[in-house]
Every structure is written in structure tokens, then in C-alpha cells.
Design a protein around this ligand. Structure first.
Ligand code: ZN
Length: 220
């Protein structure tokens, strides 16, 4: 088990003191899909920026929840279209691509972490595709997180990389639980994400893990 943890730390250390861009379609997606990884990256000294593309409802409340969650994870946060409530589907495709391109040009991140290609939610797919397109601009690694939702939906997802989040699972869940409008008010539980982390942990030989699909990875 020790060697597995050491290997995971070795891979993450590639991004130490580097810029990390994490893009989620909505408030809560990043926390659900990669909260434990974000917390580990921030703790090791990576400069992590969480970017939320759109907020479909309860804009002020949900963005405040996302800010609190980012603080818990130790990351900065930016809202790409904070002007009004909308879905990614409401944004013109060229505008979405332009904003993601600009982010990548400005930040020059070492790695982009975002939604996976296979996703039940069209907003998530659109964000994934915009990030794939941005690969033409810079040579960043790109990793994709578990298909996220308040209600579990069966979606094909086959991670090739695992991040040991045994030390950050509590912060991940604390960040998720900041999203009271999503989970606290509607009788929905977040246990599913603990179960997913436990299952990926079993596959990686650690207690809790996040699985990531690899879109592009420069191993040096
Ligand atoms: Zn979402």
C-alpha cells in the first residue's frame, strides 16, 4: 500500500508550484468529481484555479457556496459567466470556446482537469469538448473526472489514473456539503461519492481514490 501512495505522490508532484486549471460546468461539479485531488494539489503547493462555467439557478447562493467550497479545498475560484443564471447550452459555442481558450492562454496551466467525454449532461459534454479544443494552444496534460450529478446516473467511465485521496476525503465531502442548495434542501445525500471513492480506492490499493480518465499526459 505504501508504494502505491508513493507512486501517486510522485505523479502529482509533477504539478508542484505549477498552475492547475480545473473546469466544471456548474457549481459543485469540481468538488464532486475531483475535490480530493484539488485539495491534494493545493496542499502540495500547486496554484489551483477552479473555474465554474455557468450557474443555472440561485446564482448568488450557489456561487457563494462554491466560494466556500473552494476555500475549503485551498483553491482559487472564477466564474466564467457570472452575469446571469444560465446553462452552458445557453452560451453560444464559439463564446464558450473563446472563454476557455482565453483562460488557457492567460494561465498556461501544466494540467487541465475537467469533465469526461462520456456524460449524461450536455453542459458537461460541451465543457469537455471546449477543453479538448484548447489543447491546440498549449501542451498541458488533460485529465477528466467522474461523471457528476446530484442523482447517480449510470454513465460509461473508465479511469486509467487514480489519485489517493485518503487524506483529503473529509475535505472533499466538507466542500461538497457546502452546496446546501443542491444536497441539503432536497433530501439528497452525498454518500454515493464516498462509495465511489471507496470503490476507486479498492482498485488503486488505497482507502479512498478519485479516478481520472487520461486525455493527454506527458510522462517526460
Ligand atoms: Zn453539472
Amino acid at each position: 500500500m505504501t508504494s502505491t501512495v508513493t507512486q501517486a505522490a510522485g505523479l502529482l508532484s509533477k504539478y508542484k508550484e505549477k498552475k492547475v486549471l480545473v473546469v466544471g460546468a456548474h457549481p459543485d461539479d469540481i468538488e464532486l468529481g475531483a475535490g480530493g485531488t484539488v485539495a491534494r494539489l493545493a496542499a502540495q503547493g500547486s496554484d489551483v484555479k477552479m473555474v465554474v462555467v455557468c450557474t443555472p439557478n440561485n446564482l448568488a447562493k450557489r456561487n457563494a457556496e462554491a466560494r466556500k467550497a473552494a476555500e475549503i479545498l485551498g483553491a482559487g475560484i472564477e466564474f466564467l459567466f457570472p452575469e446571469k443564471e444560465m446553462r452552458v447550452e445557453d452560451v453560444k459555442t464559439y463564446q464558450l470556446i473563446d472563454r476557455i481558450d482565453r483562460l488557457v492562454r492567460e494561465l498556461d496551466p501544466a494540467v487541465v482537469i475537467t469533465h469526461a467525454a462520456s456524460n449524461f449532461h450536455l453542459d458537461h459534454v460541451m465543457v469537455h469538448k471546449a477543453c479538448v479544443g484548447a489543447q491546440r494552444l498549449h501542451f498541458f496534460d488533460m485529465l477528466c473526472f467522474y461523471p457528476t450529478s446530484c442523482h447517480p446516473v449510470s454513465t460509461p467511465f473508465h479511469p486509467q489514473a487514480y489519485i489517493d485521496i485518503s487524506g483529503t476525503i473529509e475535505r472533499k465531502m466538507a466542500a461538497i456539503n457546502q452546496h446546501v442548495t443542491q444536497f441539503g434542501c432536497r433530501g439528497l445525500t452525498t454518500d454515493h461519492y464516498v462509495a465511489v471513492a471507496r470503490e476507486y480506492g479498492r482498485l488503486a490499493g488505497v482507502e479512498y481514490a478519485e479516478g481520472l480518465e487520461v486525455s493527454r499526459l506527458n510522462l517526460g
